[in-house]
Design a protein around this ligand. Sequence first.
Ligand code: BTN
Length: 253
Amino acid sequence: MIDPPADNILFLNTVDSTNRYASEHFDELADGTLVWADEQTAGRGRLGRSWLSPKGENLYVSWVVKQIREPLFLAAAAASLAVLETLREAAGNDLSFYLKWPNDIYSGPDKISGILSEGVVRETLRGVIVGMGININSPEATLKRTGIRAASLHSLDGRVFSLKKMILRLAKHVCACYIMYLNDPDGLFARWKAENLLIGQELDFVLPDGRVIRSPFLDIAEDGGAVILDDGRKRIFSCGDVRIAKGSLDFGT
Ligand code: BTN
């Protein structure tokens, strides 16, 4: 059994991006540190997008992972499970959340959280920074500005949540998921896969050149890639190579 790193949260009032900060200060930050900002002025999203990060509304957090495990996507998988557990604990049984491959967290048709994992390379790969953006108290006006169907805990549940309590909850779940990541990566992968509710659904997969492949989401491969049918042949696409068209999601409504 490998000991998890101690809880360590670094709070910043304002920063351009917690991922950028954590990567630049990687050598000084202890393994497992959560860099938490009240506001980001240039929050980064996946696929070159930005992440709207207004002051005092939500959690903007980067997790410093110095113990690398293969396959590399497992650190992001661990973070998405930690976020899922954090949201479930805060919301109680009234709301349901699930993972949309690879690591987005959704409630029904609305995205509530996103994960951005970036490698730290100093000649060789030294670690991973896993950024978590979690919509906690954003009102509808902010959510509209994201340009996608988005929700916050507040918009779904009506309450205003204490960000301090939420970061402590998140730290607890990140720590538990780090233990699993270090000691039982196969178990972590199995749990993460089980939370990916889209497996089995018929979906539109969009390639970077705009080509759309309509296919059942057959499975998730060991490397985290999506297994789908392209012209009748099984193919595995990494999350950088394909995205799921949101319009094809089926919520049984
Ligand atoms: C996505 O596009 O779904 C991923 C969004 C990740 C946003 C978080 S907020 C904290 C961390 N710092 C960043 O600049 N981005 C990530």
